[in-house]
Design a protein around this ligand. Structure first.
Ligand SMILES: [Zn+2]
Length: 354
């Protein structure tokens, strides 16, 4: 290599080794595919409709496409618009427009927050710009706006409807299984990393009923892809009106964080909700924003983004508020306190998920 070139390259921040490696790649083979293939994984793609099918608006600013695969697939419900019996394709497109307008005009975002929308009639529709091409490529991820703290790592699906108490329509369920199987196959996501929104943020989303079916979803995807399904512990979601030993443990933990007005009665009342909200604010927990959580009043919900801040490393039996919380959980799960070592975040998570 002539010395002048070498000097120039080093000034540009590239090492000789890196230049050599780049030079070895055939031109255009890395990220310049002109026509995306249907499947890079061997799993056939389900029918998916593109943004032009529903006349999507142009994003108000550039959407970021990352040269990486997402780690998680995140299931949401839209909550609103609600549980229509209109299972048509036209309705699926209308819902896509409603969400985009809410996100652009209501939230001031550049585009729809989620990468995909799944309708009650089982129509799978592209959300945020470039999401369909990215998924087909199997090696790119469109940075979305649907799960606080994980948008560079998580691809999101908004499922039309509200599943706090209502059951999930069969058509929506089977298209969800198909879409998630395809995503998992394209990106190499393990079934354990198929999550609900509440596994990351303190939100009801995707509704207790749909959330309760995630183990079944993981199993169906594992079966479709012939991959092992491991069960992992998740933080529980506690909210106003809840009662029981987990609430009592949370109350001890809040007191341990200096929130002294909290009762220790195992009832998630207004004082407990106020304490959770004050604690989350003080610790800078980001407000979560998906279609469902932007409309609901979820102030004071205690979930996955608050628990890790609330659960200090503690040795059970040492008399502190946190040790009392550990004792409550150990009793309620039939674990002998003495058998617990010093609790770290993962140990708290396992105790709380039992
Ligand atoms: Zn959500």
């Amino acid at each position: 290599m002539p010395s002048v070139d070498r000097r120039t390259l080093i000034k540009g921040g590239l090492t000789v080794t890196a230049v050599g490696a780049l030079g070895a790649l055939p031109v255009g083979s890395a990220f310049a595919e002109s026509a995306p293939v249907e499947s890079v994984s061997g799993k056939a793609a389900p029918t998916m409709y593109s943004r032009s099918d529903w006349n999507a608006r142009k994003p108000s600013s550039t959407v970021t496409v990352l040269d990486r695969k997402p780690t998680y697939i995140v299931v949401h419900h839209t909550a609103s618009p609600g549980n229509t019996d209109d299972f048509s394709k036209a309705r699926a497109f209308e819902v896509s427009r409603i969400i985009q307008n809410a996100h652009m005009d209501g939230n001031g975002w550049s585009d729809s927050g989620q990468q995909f929308t799944n309708s009650r009639g089982g129509f799978i529709v592209e959300g945020r710009q470039h999401s369909l091409d990215a998924l087909k490529s199997g090696n790119k991820h469109v940075e979305g706006a649907h799960v606080s703290g994980k948008n560079t790592e998580a691809i999101g699906i908004e499922n039309e409807g509200n599943y706090v108490t209502a059951s999930v329509p069969a058509k929506l369920w089977s298209s969800l299984v198909e879409l998630v199987s395809y995503m998992a196959s394209q990106y190499g996501v393990t079934p354990a990393n198929i999550k609900g929104h509440r596994d990351f943020n303190s939100t009801e989303c995707p509704g207790g009923v749909l959330y309760g079916r995630l183990p079944e979803l993981r199993k169906a995807v594992g079966k479709a892809l012939n991959s092992e399904v491991l069960t992992v512990a998740e933080w529980p979601l506690l909210k106003p009106g809840d009662t029981g030993q987990k609430v009592l443990a949370a109350q001890h933990l809040l007191r341990g964080q200096g929130l002294r007005g909290v009762p220790t009665d195992g009832v998630f009342g207004p004082a407990t909700a106020d304490a959770v909200a004050a604690f989350a604010d003080a610790r800078g927990v980001e407000r979560h924003t998906c279609m469902a959580s932007m409309l609901a009043d979820e102030r004071g919900f205690l979930g996955a983004d608050v628990w890790p801040l609330l659960t200090p490393s503690v040795a059970p039996g040492t008399g502190s508020d946190a040790a009392r919380a550990a004792g409550v959980l150990a009793d309620s799960t039939g674990t002998r306190s003495a058998s617990l070592g010093t609790l770290n975040t993962q140990a708290w998570k396992e105790l709380l998920s039992a």
